[in-house]
Every structure is written in C-alpha cells, then in structure tokens.
Design a protein around this ligand. Structure first.
Ligand SMILES: Nc1nc2c(c(=O)[nH]1)N[C@H]1C(S)=C(S)[C@@H](COP(=O)(O)O)O[C@H]1N2
Ligand SMILES: [Mo]
Length: 196
C-alpha cells in the first residue's frame, strides 16, 4: 500500500503561520444591494474622463478561477482558497489608465483603501472576484466585488470594491498610511513602512 499524506507540504511565506480562513476587516460589512453597486474609475484615465462601471458589466467579463492564499500581515495565512471572477487587467481595460500611471488606489465601500503598483494589479494572477470555493462569495469575504492579489499581503486584497483611482506616483491607502509597506510582497516579507 502506498502512503498518501493527508496534505502536500505547504509552503508559507516567511514569518507566517497556517490558520483556518477567518473574516477580518475594518468596519462593517456593507448593506448596499447589488443593484445599487457601481465602480467608479477616476484619476489619470486614458480618456481623461471618469467612468462608472456597473456590476453587470464587470460580471459579464470572461471569468477565470484562481487558487490563491491569503497572507495577512498580522501573520496568519489561509491556504488553497479558490476564487473566481474577472482578470483585474480585463476590468481595467474597460476604462484604461493613461501612459504615465504608476499606481492604483482601490477603494472600498466605507472608505477602506489600498494602493498597488500598476504592475501588481495588471499581473496575470490578480482578479476581481465574486465567486469563492465553487459558489457565490460570502458577503463577509467581499461580495459582490473583491480584489485578490495572491503574492501581496492581503490588506491589498480589497473587499467590496467601489472605486479605482489611477495615480501618477504613489499615494498611501488605509494601512499604508498606518505604517505598513507600500508594496507588501509577502514572499519578501515587506510588512512595515520602515523597511522601504
Ligand atoms: N474593504 C476592506 N477590505 C479588506 C479589509 C478591510 O478592512 N476592508 N481588510 C484586509 C485585510 S487586513 C485582510 S487580512 C483581508 C481578510 O480577508 P478575509 O476577511 O476574506 O479573510 O481582507 C482585506 N481586505
Ligand atoms: Mo490583514
């Protein structure tokens, strides 16, 4: 009889510990209903105009499924989560950035936000998700629209996305302005601003 281990060895980024998935966020779970959910794209757009995307438009994009982990900067990691939604780059293509854009501020209902380098949000494994573990994403995990950026600490994986602002240069979002790293690559252990 061959020995099948229960689980493959799991590789965690440095300084992380494995924990079951939990719900973690600042503030309340939004009560806004899906029919009143829009996503505003503003700042340095290619057209010079701000655009309001409907949830329908975003949910109509080709979907992809992604296996990705959550790595909280406070050191818990939940592994092997399955997300489905649209590639972030295909959402941004609906209202593209101007050439000089370097960063993107992603803003949630109630004002939570995170700043990403344009290259991180345009990465092939970055998604705007609305499905999770084969079903509809539970509201507390970010339905109806949640960014998932697998290689960065999960404070960058903004739940309940309501706005995207294109920036020419870096501007701190919620945790970045409270001492956390502006890039936050979990594999490079970029936790705190003083490491920058
Ligand atoms: N809108 C919003 N998104 C958020 C947060 C938040 O406070 N508000 N917290 C972030 C942090 S710090 C973590 S660790 C993850 C947790 O995701 P989960 O609740 O799906 O486990 O959500 C991220 N996205
Ligand atoms: Mo976190």
């Amino acid at each position: 009889m061959t020995h099948e281990p229960d689980a493959l060895p799991r590789v965690l980024p440095p300084g992380q510990r494995l924990e079951p998935l939990r719900v973690e966020h600042y503030g309340r779970v939004p009560s806004r209903t899906e029919d009143r959910w829009t996503v505003t794209v503003s700042g340095a757009t290619a057209s010079g105009e701000a655009t309001t995307l409907s949830l329908e438009e975003i949910h109509a994009l080709p979907t992809m499924t992604l296996e990705a982990d959550l790595h909280c900067v406070s050191r818990w990691s939940a592994l092997d989560l399955q997300w489905s939604g649209a590639a972030a780059r295909s959402v941004l293509a609906l209202a593209p950035p101007a050439d000089e854009v370097s960063h993107v501020l992603v803003v949630a209902e109630y004002g939570y936000s995170a700043t990403l380098r344009l290259s991180d949000i345009m990465g092939s494994r970055t998604v705007f998700a609305w499905g999770m573990r084969g079903g509809e994403m539970p509201r507390e995990h970010g339905y109806p629209l949640r960014l998932v950026v697998p290689h960065l600490y999960s404070f960058k994986s903004v739940k309940w996305v309501r706005a995207i602002e294109y920036l020419n240069g870096y501007r701190a979002g919620f945790w970045e302005s409270r001492g956390y790293h502006h890039i936050a690559d979990a594999w490079r252990e970029e936790r705190y601003g003083y490491q920058q």
